[in-house]
Design a protein around this ligand. Structure first.
Ligand code: URA
Length: 270
């Protein structure tokens, strides 16, 4: 086997398992160094079972520490936004989420911010990352068709995601990443103040509703969402993500039932 052939095969394998982004020109050693270890100890964040040896602190513990600090920051920043434009600026200038480093664009929203219906998805994919708009790829086309079936389009709905930056290789965002971005989405919902909230997919549903229940249990019934500053709760419906429906078309029947629930609720709203 020639060297080029081996390189090609390796790249092909990496691509197939979803690693299709070059993050840094060379690998980074993510093991713990004494300075960071001392800070962790000082902040009292080391689990008691962790021995005071630099080898015994895992990268996960270090990541948890960093994300905790960053979540406080995203929370503080999100609260400052008084308008959608201010929120967009804050999100675009927020540099504490590692996903931003590998993304081409920040994907903030699309559609009509005055609409009664706010749709929240998971995270941008490759097409969304390129265009800077949510749901413009294959699953976006299906999402458009689903809403068109009950007479809605992007002039009558408003769309955003839990995560505004594409995770490399379209992997699922981690819990740390969704928690980090959540304060921005919560503020986003407060500022749009829609009548109906539609959570597409398990990631959006679990994150917004702060539950570990899966989408199968959450979908198909009206739920409520409220933050402390909201005057009243928002009627909330969780449904399948269109990317899942593309893989499992047999589930479109249930998604259709969810859409009919939404249509009926809209018909009865003022
Ligand atoms: N999937 C999502 O959840 N959001 C997008 O914007 C695109 C695909």
């Amino acid at each position: 086997m020639t060297k080029n052939k081996l390189d090609y095969e390796t790249l092909k394998f990496l691509y197939e398992i979803g690693i299709n982004e070059v993050v840094e020109p060379s690998p980074t050693d993510k093991r713990m160094f004494p300075k960071e270890l001392t800070k962790l100890k000082k902040d009292n964040l080391m689990a008691s079972k962790v021995k005071s040896s630099s080898k015994s602190v895992s990268p996960q513990q270090y990541e948890t520490h960093n994300f905790k600090v960053h979540v406080e920051s995203s929370n503080d920043q999100a609260r400052q936004a008084k308008t959608l434009e201010e929120l967009r600026n804050l999100v675009e200038n927020f540099n504490m989420c590692p996903l931003k480093k590998t993304a081409t664009n920040t994907v903030f929203s699309d559609g009509n911010s005055k609409a009664k219906i706010m749709v929240i998805g998971e995270a941008p994919g490759a097409d969304e990352d390129r265009q800077g708009l949510p749901f413009v790829g294959l699953s976006g086309k299906l999402l458009d068709r689903m809403f068109a079936a009950i007479g809605l389009d992007r002039t009558t709905i408003y769309i955003t995601n839990i995560i505004p930056w594409r995770p490399p290789g379209n992997r699922q965002p981690t819990l740390s990443e969704t928690n980090l971005c959540l304060p921005f989405v919560q503020r986003h919902i407060e500022l749009v103040s829609p009548e109906f909230l539609i959570l597409v997919g398990g990631t959006a549903a679990k994150s917004i509703l702060q539950t570990t229940e899966g989408i199968m249990k959450l979908r198909g019934r009206w739920l409520t969402y409220q933050t402390p500053i909201m005057a009243k709760p928002i009627q909330t419906l969780a449904t399948f993500h269109p990317a899942y429906l593309l893989r499992a078309p047999g589930q479109k029947r249930l998604a259709w039932l969810d859409l009919l629930m939404l249509k009926e609720a809209i018909n009865h709203s003022n």
